[in-house]
Design a binder for this molecule. Structure first.
Ligand code: ZN
Length: 156
């Protein structure tokens, strides 16, 4: 999976979910249309937008764009995107990226985290990942169970 994705500012939730699925996503909340198009062109990226007008602009500049109706339920929107990108569940590295910044996460040893995260978390979890850019530590906490539920819906 080598395709780069640029997601427009109105689709922050979608951007997060695509990152969670391991997809390389460039997302900034405040980027105007011209900047988005410029970036997609420069990076040879696919633009995902909730703005139909912008998707036409992209087509005219030969940028591949996926238009997502903004009122679409998230799971349906993500399904549409995966279908258009021709990605199946097996193609994805779920949980491999930082949701906040898109950086690839690195596994980090539990021993190095003593004092940095709550003892309880250390006690009940065994695998941890680290984002060097955000200095953020990830683990399969209780929130992950909700994510798994959503993933089930997504890939059902
Ligand atoms: Zn990060």
């Amino acid at each position: 999976m080598t395709e780069k994705i640029v997601v427009d500012g109105m689709l922050g939730n979608i951007a997060k979910w695509l990152r969670l699925l391991g997809i390389d996503v460039h997302y900034e909340r405040n980027m105007d249309d011209d900047k988005l198009l410029e970036l997609a062109l420069k990076e040879n990226a696919i633009l995902i937008t909730g703005d139909e007008e912008l998707s036409y602009k992209a087509f005219r500049r030969r940028i591949k764009a996926i238009y997502i109706r903004s009122k679409l339920p998230k799971a349906i929107a993500i399904k549409q995107i995966l279908a258009e990108l021709n990605l199946k569940k097996d193609d994805l590295k779920i949980g491999s990226r930082c949701i906040a910044c898109n950086n690839l996460l690195k596994p980090i040893k539990k021993e190095t985290l003593i004092g940095k995260i709550p003892d309880k978390v250390l006690e009940f979890n065994h695998e941890f990942w680290y984002c060097e850019r955000c200095d953020k530590i990830y683990w399969y906490g209780s929130h992950w169970r909700n994510i798994e539920k959503e993933l089930k819906v997504l890939f059902s």
